[in-house]
Design a protein around this ligand. Structure first.
Ligand code: NAD
Ligand code: DAU
Length: 349
């Protein structure tokens, strides 16, 4: 079987390609990726010459190129997106364009080419803020808070409209916060690890008590494959980790693993519209496919920290000039940069 994977040069997409090539020896992958700032062929170094992996550089917003890349593929796994919440707040236009228009072009091509399965990779952020002990199931209301999560919720609805109107055999996964190798260091855990390795301050937004439902990327990849093979077309599946932990506790774990002092923790201005809590109910996926997360948080964090330590070349390459400009603007001059967003309403309990 030939599978089109979009966004395969990013964090989860590249992990999925490594996983799939090993797990399904008769499948081949067409990897379609624009190579945005977050896309990195170094994530795929060991498979760039693999006989079952073909890389195609292209934009999901280019309808003709999308259709050409999809031709002959039986299935599509759609990861490509602008994935960073903070960037979506600072500059929403590319996020809305890629996540909505790009998904639309893929759906159109999938419909015309009559693919057997279309798996859209979405996020727990579409459910928005949860109550202190609440969890979100697949039928919970969609209450996105950021331009990023709103664009993902919108793309989910487009997918479901193609199921209903055109009988497209599409499925949606909504996973919680992934962590693991090859994650771009703008995201919380790799940012904490890279700063701690460099002996620099760890910026904690607000009080640091926001909770996230941590999931090792390998557990997400296994969940996505389970849905691709065994999910019911038209269905949505949550993929959540065992652990719901707050940001401060996660940062402290990283400091302990690297033998660094808590004095490196630095509370900084909060993210506008910051969701306090995400937590998924994944019982549907467990019941229907037998999936469950296999990697405990302690072990996953230890492996992840070790991976970043052992890959200084990869890190040096991604912490390039454009990352440094981004970091200086939103971290070293954070108060000035965020003053433009002052006045976001507080969360309503
Ligand atoms: P990422 O930012 O690391 O990778 C995104 C990839 O998409 C990059 O390789 C980039 O080059 C590519 N891309 C961006 N715009 C494109 C375009 N217009 N055309 C073609 N390619 C384009 O993201 P990630 O963390 O790997 O997330 C992958 C998917 O999983 C996204 O859809 C995201 O919404 C979803 N997701 C992520 C998480 C998480 O914790 N990282 C959790 C839930 C869902
Ligand atoms: O929940 C799934 C989502 O997880 C995915 O859909 C997104 O693509 C992915 O980026 C991630 O979004 P988050 O906003 O949860 O992840 P991020 O790594 O940006 O932040 C995690 C938490 O850490 C969040 O509460 C904000 C906080 N944070 C983040 C950064 C970058 C900090 O306190 N300091 C930071 O410097």
């Amino acid at each position: 079987m030939k599978v089109l994977v979009t966004g395969g040069a990013g964090f989860i997409g590249s992990n999925f390609i490594h996983f799939l090539l090993a797990a399904r020896p008769r499948w081949s992958v067409v990897n379609y990726d624009k190579l945005s700032y977050a896309g990195n062929l170094a994530n795929l170094a060991s498979v760039m010459k693999h006989p079952r992996h073909t890389f195609v550089r292209g934009d999901v917003c280019d309808a003709v190129a999308v259709s050409a890349a999809m031709r002959g593929c039986a299935a599509v796994v759609h990861f490509a997106a602008e994935s960073h919440v903070d960037r979506s707040i600072y500059e929403p236009a590319p996020v809305v364009h890629t996540n909505l228009t790009g998904t639309f072009h893929l759906l159109q091509a999938a419909r015309e080419l009559k693919v057997d399965r279309f798996l859209h990779v979405s996020t727990d952020e579409v459910y928005g803020d949860l109550e202190p002990s609440g969890t979100a199931a697949e039928d919970s209301p969609l209450r996105p808070s950021s331009p990023y999560s709103a664009s993902k919720a919108g793309s989910d609805l487009l997918v479901l409209s193609f199921v209903r109107t055109y009988a497209l055999p599409a499925l949606i996964t909504r996973s919680s916060n992934n962590y693991g190798p090859y994650q771009f260091p703008e995201k919380f855990l790799p940012l904490m690890i890279t700063n701690a390795l460099a002996g620099e301050a760890l910026p904690i937004y607000g009080d640091g008590r926001q909770q996230r439902n941590w999931l090792h990327v390998e557990d997400n990849c296994r969940g996505i494959l389970a849905v691709l093979e065994d999910g019911r077309p038209g269905s949505v599946y949550n993929i959540g980790g065992h652990d719901v932990e707050d940001n401060l506790a996660m940062a402290r774990r990283i400091l302990r693993l690297l033998d660094k002092p808590d004095a490196l923790l630095r509370h900084v201005a909060d993210r506008p519209g910051h969701d306090r809590r995400y937590a998924l109910d994944s019982s549907k996926l467990r019941t229907e496919t037998g999936w469950s997360p296999q990697i405990p948080l302690d072990e996953g964090l230890e492996r992840t920290v070790a991976w970043y330590r052992e890959h200084p070349g990869w890190l040096a390459q991604v912490l390039d000039g454009s990352y440094k400009i981004y970091y200086a603007k939103y971290y070293e001059n954070r108060d000035a940069a965020l003053s433009a967003f002052a006045g976001a309403p507080e969360r309503k309990e």
